[in-house]
Design a protein around this ligand. Structure first.
Ligand code: MRU
Length: 373
């Protein structure tokens, strides 16, 4: 990481809707990506100024930017940085470099399908610009506009998810969520947390229980932080308290996000989500998954086909610098698990609530998204 490419920014900065700004492109095609370094939260708010592709890839890998939709948006901006570095004399030369840039970004994290969706969309735009005979500066500008549009679209999708999802929550309810599917995980107001924000905006009294989400504590560090900033009643609970919370009648609904949803409705999300879904079923509590259509994968038939990222053992044995297991011990550290579709009450998408039968209704979602896209 070159010190010239990452500099401390000003923060904290709310976006137009008052939520924390996760990332933003600053300037024209010679500009930079301003990105909130989430590894430092909640202790420090620091924005990175990123001008190099390798730094974007590193930020995605080390979870400085994380959450499926935010990874997709960061990757779109990463394409612009990567192509700019090639300093190709021609649009055709830059097009040839595209495959290499795409491959490097695609190798950053394997599970969130939004990453691949976003790269495919940028590639299609690059192809169209080349066909139109765009010069290299025009290609860069056109791709930056596409990345900005993907970002703006994500904001609109989040708001629509919130609008549809809030109808499912009743005033006085306590909602359990796992990991962070909030503003910090998207280019907008979140997916699962958009449902909460929108319900509260409607005047409903909602209490949130945030699973702390071992090993990287996205619930404790990020969800509780952003909800508190928004003035929302939030309580952090250890992951292993979920059964007790449900068993004692303290949870009325579960809402989580997703990294990839297979065509049959199986859901990959943060490790531990599967257990929460099984517990919810046992206690007759609705379990909703909030996600935009870009998180549904038409090319993956079931959860068995979703690649699950395995992460470094140190996250478990010495997370945040404290040794919590003997050095050298074998560790199982998948970043995600797959919740079978039968545990999902419904998917809250930008198009509304998607209920069983999932296979048929997800196919319909793909058809509508294709018509609108
Ligand atoms: O490893 P992370 O922090 O990227 O995992 C994030 C999640 O699992 C989120 O729940 C998911 O990406 C949905 S974000 C709207």
């Amino acid at each position: 990481m070159s010190s010239g490419s990452v500099r401390k920014g000003r923060g904290p900065r709310p976006d137009a809707e008052g939520h924390m700004l996760t990332l933003k492109w600053v300037g024209g095609s010679g500009g930079y990506l301003s990105l909130l370094d989430q590894t430092l939260l909640p202790a420090r708010v620091k924005y990175l100024r990123i001008r190099e592709l390798s730094v974007v890839i590193d930020a995605i890998r080390r979870l400085a930017v994380r959450g499926a939709p935010a990874i997709g948006v960061a990757a779109a901006y990463g394409v612009v940085l990567g192509l700019r570095e090639t300093a190709s004399a021609s649009a055709a030369g830059a097009r040839r470099s595209f495959a290499r840039v795409k491959k490097r970004l695609a190798g950053s994290r394997p599970t969130a399908v939004n990453l691949f969706w976003s790269l495919d969309r940028m590639e299609a735009r690059a192809g169209a610009l080349e066909e139109e005979g765009a010069s290299f500066p025009e290609l860069l500008r056109g791709l930056l506009d596409e990345a900005i549009e993907i970002h703006a679209e994500d904001q609109r999708l989040c708001r629509a998810i919130g609008r549809h999802g809030q109808k499912l929550l009743r005033s006085g309810w306590s909602v359990l969520t796992h990991c962070n599917a909030g503003a910090l995980a998207t280019g907008g107001m979140g997916t699962a947390l958009a449902v909460i924000y929108s319900a509260v905006e409607k005047g409903k009294k909602i209490r949130v229980f945030a699973d702390e989400t071992r090993p990287l504590l996205q619930g404790a560090r990020l969800t509780s932080w952003e909800l508190r900033r928004a003035g929302i009643d939030v309580t952090v609970a250890c992951d292993n308290a979920a059964a007790s919370l449900m068993g004692t009648g303290q949870i009325q609904c579960v809402v989580v996000g997703a990294d990839r949803i297979a065509s049959n409705g199986d859901v990959a999300n943060k490790i531990g989500t599967y257990g929460v879904a099984v517990l919810a079923r046992e206690h007759d509590i609705p379990f909703y998954v909030a996600a935009p259509s870009s998180t549904f994968d038409p090319h993956t038939a079931s959860g068995a086909g979703i690649p699950i990222e395995q992460r470094a053992s140190i996250e478990v044995t010495a997370g945040f610098g404290t040794k919590t297991a003997p050095p050298g011990v074998d560790v199982y550290n998948p970043a995600f698990d797959v919740t079978p579709a039968r545990y999902v009450t419904g998917f809250i998408t930008e198009q509304g609530l998607l209920e069983p039968p999932f296979k048929r209704n997800i196919a319909r979602l793909f058809r509508t998204a294709a018509t609108h896209g």
